[in-house]
Design a protein around this ligand. Structure first.
Ligand code: PMV
Length: 327
């Protein structure tokens, strides 16, 4: 029998400006980056999920009234790892497929890997079974999955992974908007990935509690100010004004520190980047470890990459050029 499978890849992202505030509708700028999650799908008699060394077959997967349950030998960690995929399959009502997932970054690294896994899974199944979903449908379902698995979530990560490029994301009234922006081609930034200490879901919930707490009105002011920083950043990002953009990054980072989402290791790393002559740096994503991004003069890139490694980044790289959406 000839098995015809499909292979799909979805980009991860860095949040240039506006994380956390975007959950409440304030604007954010997000860039899809050429670091991918790949999903291969082929028809199968039963549901088989595999990712790197982990393989789950039908012995560990129970299907009950279209709900997929990972039981048997699947540990909590494995269940969590596959929860975005399982939820995506449930949304599509598909449970006879073999999916093989490969990620260039660990899932939960804080660069939208979970959104990329979800978007790539949906698109792979869409193509394999000719479901006729367009990118708008994929994005909508992926965002539903993120909210289901993680609690509160903005459409930012799933939009970056679905549509690619540089996007402004914001909410007006009850409606979310996406706008495509041009990033100058010479634009490059340094990224360091640190060990993640808490999940995005947990950090987003902690921020929500602060907003509802006794000092809530002060935290709302921080959110509003982040929104203003993003509006300024939008004005300069297309002009390639690195000094101004770096300063806005530092401001955004300070506001995230005030929100309580920056751990001491990444706080120290950001300070080192500035000391070494970087234009600006900030955490990128939910915080408590995860990604750090920096704008750095060309002649300081190598030095800053090695210092980021010295202060604990498990992975460092330079991003040049943005990624297209899922394909
Ligand atoms: O840490 P990440 O890459 O999952 O990014 C989360 C970004 C937040 O703004 C904190 C949450 C969201 O849903 O936008």
């Amino acid at each position: 029998m000839v098995v015809i499978g499909v292979k799909v890849r979805a980009p991860t992202k860095v949040t240039l400006f506006g994380e956390h505030a975007v959950v409440y509708g304030f604007p954010a700028l997000v860039a899809a980056v050429p670091i991918y999650v790949t999903v291969e799908a082929e028809p199968s008699e039963k549901l088989v999920l595999e990712s790197g060394p982990i393989v789950l077959n039908s012995l560990e997967i129970e299907i009950r009234e279209n709900r997929i349950e990972l039981g048997g030998k699947a540990s909590q960690e494995v269940k969590k790892y596959f929860s975005y995929i399982v939820s995506a399959l449930e949304e599509l009502g598909v449970n006879k497929v073999k999916l093989s997932v490969k990620s260039e970054l660990p899932v939960g690294a804080g660069m939208g890997t979970s959104a990329a896994v979800t978007v790539a899974t949906l698109q792979a199944v869409n193509k394999l079974f000719s479901l006729g979903l367009d990118k708008k449908d994929i994005h909508k379902i992926a965002w539903d999955v993120e909210r289901k698995v993680q609690g509160k979530a903005s459409p930012m990560d799933t939009a970056a992974s679905t549509y690619g490029g540089l996007l402004k994301v914001w909410k007006e009234g009850n409606e979310w908007h996406l706008k495509n922006l041009e990033l100058p081609s010479e634009f490059e930034f340094v990224v360091g990935v640190f060990k993640k200490m808490k999940t995005t879901g947990k950090i987003v919930a902690e921020v929500a509690r602060k907003l509802e707490g006794p000092n809530g009105s002060l935290y709302w002011e921080i959110m509003k100010t982040i929104g203003k920083v993003v509006e300024e950043a939008e004005k300069v990002i297309t002009k390639y004004d690195l000094e101004k953009l770096g300063e806005l990054m530092n401001l955004n980072h300070a506001l995230l520190e005030a929100l309580g989402v920056v751990d001491s290791q990444t706080a120290y790393a950001v300070r080192k980047v500035i000391e070494l002559g970087g234009y600006g740096a900030k955490i990128s994503g939910a915080g408590h470890g995860g990604a750090l991004i920096a704008l750095v003069p060309q002649d300081k890139i190598q030095k800053i990459l090695s210092v980021l490694e010295m202060v604990g980044a498990g992975k460092t790289f330079v991003i040049r050029g943005l990624a297209k959406g899922v394909e």
